[in-house]
Design a protein around this ligand. Structure first.
Ligand SMILES: C[S@@+](CC[C@H](N)C(=O)[O-])C[C@H]1O[C@@H](n2cnc3c(N)ncnc32)[C@H](O)[C@@H]1O
Length: 204
């Protein structure tokens, strides 16, 4: 979705992505809670906050980062409704800085906005700003030979090559790397996506 269209959608009362957490967020809690306590997490591309608020509900200290001011306003509203707190950061993932070191870096449906030439630098930065035994949970849309580009794909989104995500984590323990192809009706026109979901742990 382009920035202006997204601002309009996020500016509406209804939560476009819903308010229930992704399965990936639930799994992130399972994985990270076994490795760390007193967790600080950042959700890159937090959207309207469904996953960031879920992390805050676990007692985590949470930063919700997104390029969309309207999304972050809704994330704050959802946090208030659920009686938790989070800190929002309006930033572009292409050059974003973290306010402090974190234990969990989570990103669902957003890292395709990090342009290919910025990826190595940004992944290195995200890894450096992660504490020992910290966890990254990353969802990347991949270019797959059997899956046509989705009708709502925009010029500011860039596919990952198959296997690219793992390359950024060669010096970490990859806990899980799943390749998925799934149906999506979000643009009104049914289509499919191919993606890779990676869970990795900083082992040094
Ligand atoms: C598919 S939505 C996913 C939102 C959220 N993670 C969820 O699952 O509900 C992608 C999000 O990426 C954000 N986004 C787009 N470009 C971005 C960028 N360059 N930096 C940070 N966030 C960006 C959008 O505003 C949007 O909220």
């Amino acid at each position: 979705m382009k920035f202006d269209a997204r601002e309009r959608v996020y500016g509406q009362e209804e939560y476009y992505w819903g308010t229930k957490p992704n399965n990936m967020a639930e799994k992130t809690v399972d994985v990270a809670s076994k490795l760390k306590t007193d967790i600080t997490a950042i959700d890159i591309g937090a959207g309207e906050g469904r996953d960031a608020v879920f992390f805050a509900e676990q007692g985590w200290n949470v930063y919700a980062m997104d390029i969309s001011p309207n999304g972050l306003t809704k994330a704050e509203r959802l946090a208030i409704q659920r009686d938790v707190t989070l800190q929002t950061i309006e930033a572009d993932a292409n050059d974003a800085n973290f306010p402090e070191a974190v234990d969990v870096v989570y990103s669902a449906g957003t890292i395709q906005y990090i342009q290919p030439e910025n990826r190595k630098r940004q992944f290195n930065y995200f890894k450096e700003k992660t504490t020992s035994d910290g966890v990254h949970a990353m969802f990347a849309f991949v270019d797959h030979p059997d899956v046509p580009t989705a009708p709502d794909w925009t010029e500011s989104e860039y596919f990952y090559a198959q296997g690219e995500l793992r390359e950024y984590y060669q010096d970490w323990s990859v806990l899980e790397l799943e390749e998925v192809i799934f149906d999506d009706g979000s643009s009104g026109e049914p289509h499919q996506h191919a993606a890779e979901v990676l869970f990795a742990r900083k082992s040094n």
